[in-house]
Design a protein around this ligand. Sequence first.
Ligand code: SF4
Length: 299
Amino acid sequence: MSNEDHFSSLYRILVEAEDLLSGTERSHLPYEARVSSMNERGWDVSEGAAAVPGGTAHRESAAAPAQPGSLDAPSPSEPAPSPAHQPEASHAAPSIDDSLAPAERRRRLEAIAEQIRTCQACPLAMGRTNAVPGEGALDAMVMIVGEGPGYHEDQQGSPFVGKAGRYLDKWLEAIGITREESAFIANIVKCRPPNNRDPKPEESEVCSPYLKQQIALVRPRMIVTVGRISTRILTGSTQGITRIHGTFFRYEGIPLVPTFHPSAVLRNPAYRRPVWEDLKKVRNWLIDNAGHHPESTSE
Ligand code: SF4
């Protein structure tokens, strides 16, 4: 695919994302009018910006990662987890065990998901319809980490399935990634906070070992935290998301880029352009360092 074709493909994806945001249909407009419309709304749809996939400068931070719990998950021959199971309280970092076969990693992920579904370790358990463990691919190109389930996620038991989830799918599509094949999506807390409030620090603290175990088993090429809470938990940074979005951190050696939460972008159009800039950094890093070929999935 030529750069021009690739730009056109990315552009189409962003028009669709814009239509999702605004609820309007602009695809009938002439090309120039649609580019102008996009740029007026904060997307940087200059051909050069979208057509040059690599070489974007980035800085990496040595921010200390948060401390995960144990990687060990019960084997099928071990007793089933207690209904009152609590996540591993140890703050020892989970080592990424390269000797684990994919089938064993998948089995452990499923065991963790079962623990989460019966977990009673914090008060959020009382208000949930379904726990939302997270789901996706082993060795995902990108692991998306949000803060917690919302209404639709709570109803369905799957992450990012409402309007914000459909918008997130467009983000992934824009960087040539499909949720099913190349992403893993999870949250800091696995049960919905009442009225979609932010998770309390103590809730995040008690639940986050589940996520850290999942990261160690999934082994994503890159982590993208969406919103300030998941960013704070995984980077240790207390800076606001508006200051550190797009900055490269590392979590257990895995590159991590924070950006805004899709729900926040849907509420505030001013965040669209910075998100697009962050997505370009993610896409460029994956192309340069992870063998990512977005043209194979962005058509
Ligand atoms: S939010 Fe996490 S720690 Fe709290 S009950 Fe749900 S799974 Fe357990």
